[in-house]
Design a protein around this ligand. Structure first.
Ligand SMILES: NC(=O)c1ccc[n+]([C@@H]2O[C@H](COP(=O)([O-])OP(=O)(O)OC[C@H]3O[C@@H](n4cnc5c(N)ncnc54)[C@H](OP(=O)(O)O)[C@@H]3O)[C@@H](O)[C@H]2O)c1
Length: 271
């Protein structure tokens, strides 16, 4: 038993961990949980001052770096990655977490808002992963954790582009996983149901502006800290796919009883 604990602690010691979306919610909770375990963190998001405050508030501040970036801005992201490629080559674990949700009916969603969801949640995550792959390939080991959602497995009202972006992640990273089968590079998908974060506030409405409203059902979800612990465990074990929260029942329903799933989803009040 003692032995297991030592092994788990040593997994993170001196590991370089890049967390995107570290300024809030799940990413912030992962950073706060990993800092005391001896990990060297690279923290990314758009809001530089929030990242600076976070670094100062977590254990071993001197071990961590911030790398402000906008994953939805392809040109800027590429240039930040090129400038910091040698640092990114040292990444052992990528927590590919930056993302935004959606609160709009399909016919109300502007093409710009749909593109923004795809650029952030899909192309951003792909570009970030490609930045760490050269270093991981050279060492033939590493961990890439992808924040998906039950909406990565089935469509849901008010989430058409969000669901599309999360489905796309599965297609891309499952293919990559198959290509990496001879290596010790592990890809883990986390599919939490509702987590108590700012995701509802930041979700895009049809015109691309944030919803700025609290989703009551989010408040009944799991905490960001619970989600962070599951992410950390998934990386340690190299788990392929982890479901969290009550909503996981819908994943099983969709897989094993799709006809019943369709009935249940029609009865869920969208929010
Ligand atoms: N909360 C849930 O119920 C839930 C459920 C399933 C999956 N997830 C997934 O979990 C991930 C994290 O969400 P969260 O719940 O922690 O939401 P959150 O509190 O809104 O945090 C989102 C994070 O992503 C960053 N971000 C957003 N757009 C970005 C961009 N263009 N470039 C760089 N960083 C960006 C934000 O930082 P800045 O604003 O500083 O850029 C923030 O740090 C997302 O991928 C989400 O889809 C969440």
């Amino acid at each position: 038993m003692v032995c297991t604990n030592i092994e788990i602690l040593s997994f993170w010691n001196n590991k370089t961990v890049w967390i995107t979306g570290a300024s809030s919610g799940i990413g912030e909770a992962v950073a706060k949980t990993l800092a005391p375990k001896g990990a060297k963190l690279i923290l990314s998001s758009r809001r530089e001052s929030v990242l600076q405050d976070l670094v100062l508030s977590i254990d071993h501040s001197e071990n961590h770096k911030i790398l402000p970036l906008d994953v939805s801005n392809s040109a800027e992201l590429t240039s930040v990655i090129q400038e910091h490629q040698s640092l990114l080559n040292s990444v052992d674990v990528l927590i590919n977490n930056a993302g935004i949700s959606q609160r709009s009916l399909t016919w109300d969603a502007s093409p710009e808002s749909e593109r923004q969801l795809m650029e952030t949640n899909y192309f951003g995550a792909v570009t970030v992963a490609r930045a760490v792959l050269p270093g991981m390939m050279e060492r033939q080991q590493g961990n890439i954790v992808i924040l998906s959602s039950p909406a990565g497995k089935f469509g849901f009202p008010l989430r058409s582009s969000y669901a599309a972006s999360k489905h796309a992640l599965h297609g891309y990273f499952e293919s990559l996983r198959a290509e990496l089968k001879e290596t010790d590079i592990r890809i883990s998908f986390l599919l939490p149901g509702r987590v108590q974060t700012e995701i509802g506030h930041n979700a895009l409405t049809g015109d691309g502006t944030p919803a700025n409203s609290m989703d009551e059902r989010l408040a009944r979800g799991i905490t960001a800290e619970e989600c962070a612990l599951a992410i950390i465990k998934a990386a340690e074990k190299g788990s392929a796919e982890v479901y969290l929260g009550r909503e996981q029942v819908l994943i099983y329903l969709h897989r094993y009883a799709p006809w019943l799933f369709r009935i249940v989803v029609k009865r869920i009040k969208p929010n």
